[in-house]
Ligand binder design. Structure first.
Ligand code: CS2
Length: 473
């Protein structure tokens, strides 16, 4: 049996760029999934290696299960990133994660870490649904988990954890905190600040929370790297490359990008040394990424899934689907965008599809297609609203939404579970819809997805009916 990854078993060639034993914890990261390990943790290690500073080790917090802790703790936080490009794979061990906590098992330790005066930055990748936002914006105060946190239990929600941490910081006299959302949301920083303010207003610690929020910063950020879920085959390949077994390996494409609003309340890692872009305005980057990359990703996931493709690479190698993705960007999306300086949107669109076509990644259409009810508003409905506003017909963006609708209906008819936070609501809505107009109206009526405005838009409704009809013909 191969030895398990740790510093002593690791061949010298694979040693991380920093000595993990020398790093102290200065960052708390909420949401210790594969994406964080392939993205912010890599930037953070590189920044530490290049700047020689030792205070930016990461305390990673798993929000739900203990699986990641069980993989990482025996390896002292070490894990590898297996990068798969067009040629050979390469592997690199990352040493920036210094502590691993599981929130449901140890909520008090999470709060204590956020309150630690040595910590000045919290980063988050908790996915769209992890924020527990209400349909109309702001925090969903009817969410039972939010209510339970507000009632004073050791916090389990992200907003509750941050709030309890901030209250503790004011007791401990710790400095102001910077909270960096790294999820695919519109204006993710201000979005999270608003949730925190709503929580504060309903909290018994309102006064100290409001004071802390006044000095805290919530910079927006755009993150980009394709990171599919790790499989057993990936673990075997990593073991062959490393010579030791890594239970926590993550797989990623070579490309990675991080654009961060330069608005910090205190010290931060020198992420810019590691290639991150610090800027005063993230919005153009974020809009281009969400509306181009994530929107075509979702489109290919639903259309590809309906055609029986297992992976995004297979879907984008279907010329017809690639053509539709290209048209979505050129006809519907690009007219709505103001590109960031130096970015050619047409070129960007081409590079996105090339990245999707990477056959070594095996990114499953089902993985990208999950959580559609919270992804579509961010990725497609903004484009649709902007186009309708100028009396243009967002035909391709509507096709992507229609493909989601048909996917929901298909799963419901087949009795397959839908991987979506609003699954039961969506499946109840479509359960007895026999025609295309009935299906469209049933789902358009879900206000948490389509708002109060879109169901009343006759142009959009007709586009959806036409596309659903042609997809189900
Ligand atoms: C994907 C994203 O799963 C999904 O919904 O669209 O995770 C995508 O791979 C990343 O945003 C790329 O940066």
């Amino acid at each position: 049996m191969t030895a398990r990854l740790d510093l002593s078993s690791l061949p010298a060639a694979h040693r991380p760029d920093v000595d993990p034993a020398k790093l102290s914890v200065g960052i708390v990261h909420l949401g210790l999934g594969a994406f964080h390990r392939a993205h912010q943790a890599v930037f953070t290690e590189q920044a530490a290696a290049l700047s020689g500073s030792a205070e930016w080790g990461i305390c990673g917090v798993s929000q739900r299960s203990s699986a990641v802790r069980d993989q990482l703790a025996p390896q002292n936080g070490l894990y590898s990133v297996l990068t798969r490009g067009q040629g050979d794979s390469s592997i690199r061990v990352i040493g920036s994660i210094r502590e691993v906590l599981t929130a449901p098992d140890d909520p008090a330790a999470v709060v204590a870490r956020i309150a630690d005066p040595a910590v000045s930055v919290v980063t988050l990748t908790v996915t769209e649904k992890g924020y527990r936002a209400a349909a109309a914006g702001g925090l969903d105060l009817t969410d039972p988990e939010i209510q339970a946190d507000l009632a004073g239990r050791p916090p389990r929600t992200v907003v509750g954890q941050l709030a309890a941490g901030l209250v503790e910081r004011s007791r401990a006299g710790a400095g102001p905190l910077t909270v960096v959302s790294c999820d695919n949301l519109v204006a993710n920083g201000p979005f999270l600040r608003r949730l925190m303010e709503d929580y504060a207003a309903a909290s018994r610690d309102a006064k100290s929370l409001v004071e802390q929020l006044e000095v805290a910063r919530f910079p927006a950020s755009m993150v980009d790297r394709i990171v599919p879920a790790t499989t057993e085959a990936d673990r075997d390949e990593a073991a062959a490359l490393l010579g030791v077994r890594d239970e926590a390996v993550v797989v990623a494409e070579p490309f990675l990008q991080w654009v961060i609003e330069d608005d910090f309340a205190g010290p931060r890692p020198e992420w810019d040394k590691a290639g991150a872009i610090l800027t005063s305005d993230v919005a153009p980057w974020e809009q281009a990424k969400l509306r181009m990359l994530n929107a075509t990703h979702s489109m290919l996931a639903y259309l590809g899934g309906l055609r029986g493709y297992e992976t995004i690479a297979e879907a984008v190698r279907d010329d017809e689907l690639a053509g539709l993705a290209r048209e979505l960007m050129s006809d519907d999306v690009i007219p709505t965008l103001t590109p960031p300086d130096g970015l050619d949107l047409a070129e960007y669109g081409g590079s996105v599809l090339e990245r999707f076509a990477n056959p070594a990644l095996k990114h499953r259409t089902a993985q990208v297609g999950m959580d559609g009810s919270v992804k579509l508003p961010v990725r497609l409905l903004g484009t649709i609203r902007d186009r309708l506003e100028v009396n243009a017909e967002p035909r391709l963006a509507s096709l992507a939404v229609a493909a989601w609708m048909v996917s929901v209906a298909k799963a419901t008819t087949a009795g397959t579970p839908l991987d979506d936070p609003q699954a039961s609501r969506l499946q109840a809505a479509v359960s007895s819809t026999a025609s295309a107009p009935a299906l469209v109206d049933a789902l358009l009526g879900v206000e948490s997805v389509f708002g109060a405005d879109l169901p009343g838009n006759a142009v959009f409704r007709q586009l959806l009916i036409d596309q659903v009809s042609s997809l189900t013909r």
